[in-house]
Design a protein around this ligand. Structure first.
Ligand SMILES: NC(=O)c1ccc[n+]([C@@H]2O[C@H](COP(=O)([O-])OP(=O)(O)OC[C@H]3O[C@@H](n4cnc5c(N)ncnc54)[C@H](O)[C@@H]3O)[C@@H](O)[C@H]2O)c1
Length: 440
C-alpha cells in the first residue's frame, strides 16, 4: 500500500518505519529540511531502540523515502497520516495550527481518493475540522475528490516506540465509514495477527480515548506522589505501600511509582488540554486541575530537598545531576523534571555537572554552552567535587553504581534520589545522607 506520513517526529518516523518494514511504500515528509537531510543520510535524529536499523533497511530497500515536498508526498499516498505536533498554547489548549496547516496542504494537492488519518493527539472534534479544511481547499480548486478522515490516536511510549507500534495493546480507529474502517484494518493487519486488537468507534470517542488514557496515567502518578508526601510526613515508606497496594489486582503494579513528577511531550500538555476543553463545555474538572497541581509541586521537590540540606543560597555550590531525559530510554527533555530542578538551582547560584546516557546533545541544544552547566559523558565525572548528587531519571545504568567511587568523587556524601533507585539502608551504610521520595 502507498502511505504518506506528514511529520517525522517520534510518532511520524516510527509510524513510517514500521509500515515500511512490513512492505508498504512509505514517503515521510517534514517541514524541517535539516531533519529530512539527516534522515536521507541514514541518521535517525531521535534515540529510539531498533529505529535506526529499521530506517536504514527500509530506505535501502526503497520502501521508505524522505522529502520536504508536500505536493509530492500528497500525490504519493492512498493513506495520508498526519503526525505533526500539537503543543500546548498559552491558555493550555492544544495548538492545532500544525494539524490544520497539513489539512490545508492536503486539500491544496489532493487529486485522487484517499484516507486522511490523524495520529496527532487532538481535541475532540478535530476530525470534523480537518475534514472542513480539506473540503474548503478542494472547493477553492473546484476539484471533487472523495476522502475520509479517520481518528487514529497513537499510544506508543518513547523508549519502546517500535515495540509498541508493532505489538500494540489496541488500535483505535475512529470513523463512521465502514469502507474506511475496512481499509484501516487491511493497513494494520500485519500488526494485528495474534488476536484482534483493532477497535472501530466513532471519531469523537476515538479522540477522547487518547486523552482519557493519558490523564488516567498522569492521575496514577500524581496520586502516588501525593501519597508519597504523606508517607514522608507520617514516617511510612511509600515503597512498601506501593507493593502493598500493587498486589491488589484491581490496582496492579504498573504506573504507581512515586518520583519527581511526570514530564515529556504528552502528559503535561494533554492534562492541560483536556481541562481546557472541559472549560469550553462549561464543565468543571477539579480532578484534572489537581493532577496538574500535584505534579507541579512534585517537580519542585528535589530543589526543596537540596535546599533543606545545603541552605537557600547555593552560590559556590556544585550539584551533580544524573538523568536529564524526562524518562529512561529516550533523549527527550520536553517538560523534564531535570529542567525544573536545574533552572531552580541556577537561580540560587549553583553550578550543575550533569550526566545522561543519551540526552547530552539535547541538553546542549536547549541550554547551549554556559558556565553553570557542565555536561559529562561519565557519571562519576559529574560527581567530581559536587556538594550533592540528584537523580532525576530512572536509567537502568544508575541502578547499581559504584558507591565507593561516588563517595570519593563527591565533596559531600549527599544523594537526593528522585526515582527511589536504591535501598536506603544500603546507601546509608555506604556513608551517604540519602533523601528519596516518600521514604522515612
Ligand atoms: N511523542 C510521543 O511519545 C507521542 C505519543 C503518542 C502521541 N503523540 C502525539 O503525536 C503528535 C506528534 O508528536 P511527536 O512527539 O512525534 O512530535 P514532534 O514534535 O517530535 O514531531 C512533529 C514533526 O512535525 C513536523 N511538522 C510540523 N508542521 C509540519 C507541516 N506543516 N508539514 C510537515 N511537517 C511538519 C515538525 O517539523 C516535526 O518534525 C503530537 O500530537 C503528540 O501529542 C506523541
Amino acid at each position: 500500500m502507498k502511505v504518506t506520513v506528514v511529520g517525522t517526529g517520534y510518532v511520524g518516523l516510527v509510524t513510517g518505519a514500521c509500515l515500511a518494514q512490513v512492505g508498504n511504500q512509505v514517503l515521510c515528509v517534514d517541514a524541517d529540511a535539516d531533519k529530512i537531510a539527516r534522515l536521507r543520510a541514514g541518521e535517525v535524529p531521535i534515540h529510539e531502540a531498533d529505529l535506526p536499523a529499521m530506517v536504514q533497511e527500509a530506505t535501502a530497500g526503497e520502501r521508505l523515502g524522505f522529502t520536504t515536498n508536500i505536493a509530492e508526498s500528497v500525490a504519493h499516498g492512498d493513506f495520508l497520516f498526519i503526525a505533526v505536533g500539537t503543543p500546548a498554547d498559552e491558555d493550555g489548549s492544544a495548538d492545532l495550527r500544525q494539524v490544520l496547516a497539513v489539512a490545508d496542504d492536503i486539500g491544496r494537492y489532493l487529486a485522487r481518493p484517499a484516507i486522511i488519518i490523524n495520529k496527532s493527539t487532538v481535541p475532540v472534534g478535530t476530525a470534523v475540522k480537518v475534514r472542513a479544511h480539506i473540503a474548503a481547499a478542494l472547493q477553492e480548486r473546484a476539484v471533487d475528490v472523495a476522502f475520509d478522515v479517520v481518528a487514529n490516536p497513537e499510544f506508543l511510549k518513547e523508549g519502546a516506540a517500535v515495540a509498541d507500534f508493532t505489538k500494540p495493546d489496541r488500535i483505535i480507529v475512529g470513523t463512521d465509514s465502514v469502507a474506511a474502517a475496512e481499509q484501516m484494518r487491511a493497513l494494520y493487519a500485519p500488526f494485528n495477527r495474534s488476536h484482534d486488537r483493532l477497535m472501530v468507534m466513532d471519531p469523537l470517542s476515538a479522540e477522547l480515548t487518547k486523552y482519557a488514557a493519558n490523564v488516567m496515567l498522569a492521575t496514577k502518578i500524581s496520586l502516588m506522589n501525593e501519597l508519597a508526601g504523606l508517607a514522608e510526613r507520617m514516617g511510612a515508606d511509600i515503597e512498601q505501600v506501593r507493593q502493598g497496594i500493587g498486589a491488589d489486582p484491581r490496582i496492579g503494579y504498573s504506573f504507581i511509582y512515586p518520583g519527581c513528577g511526570y514530564g515529556g511531550s504528552c502528559f503535561p500538555k494533554d492534562v492541560r488540554a483536556l481541562a481546557h476543553s472541559a472549560r469550553q463545555y462549561d464543565f468543571d474538572t477539579p480532578l484534572l486541575t489537581a493532577v496538574e497541581r500535584v505534579n507541579d509541586r512534585q517537580k519542585g521537590l528535589l530543589e526543596r530537598k537540596v535546599v533543606g540540606v545545603l541552605g537557600e543560597d547555593l552560590t559556590g555550590k556544585t550539584i551533580a545531576v544524573w538523568g536529564l531525559a524526562f524518562k529512561a530510554n529516550t533523549d527527550d527533555m520536553r517538560e523534564a523534571p531535570s529542567r525544573v530542578l536545574m533552572e531552580a538551582l541556577w537561580r540560587r547560584g549553583a553550578r550543575i555537572q550533569a550526566h545522561d546516557p543519551e540526552a547530552l546533545e539535547e541538553a546542549l541544544r536547549i541550554y547551549g554552552e554556559r558556565y553553570a552547566l557542565q555536561l559529562c559523558r561519565d557519571p562519576y565525572a559529574a560527581c567530581a567535587g559536587a556538594d550533592a548528587l540528584v537523580i532525576c531519571t530512572e536509567w537502568p545504568q544508575f541502578r547499581s553504581p559504584d558507591f565507593i567511587r561516588m563517595r570519593h568523587s563527591l565533596r559531600r556524601a549527599l544523594i537526593v534520589d528522585g526515582r527511589n533507585m536504591y535501598d536506603p539502608a544500603t546507601v546509608r551504610a555506604e556513608g551517604f545522607t540519602y533523601l528519596a521520595i516518600g521514604r522515612p
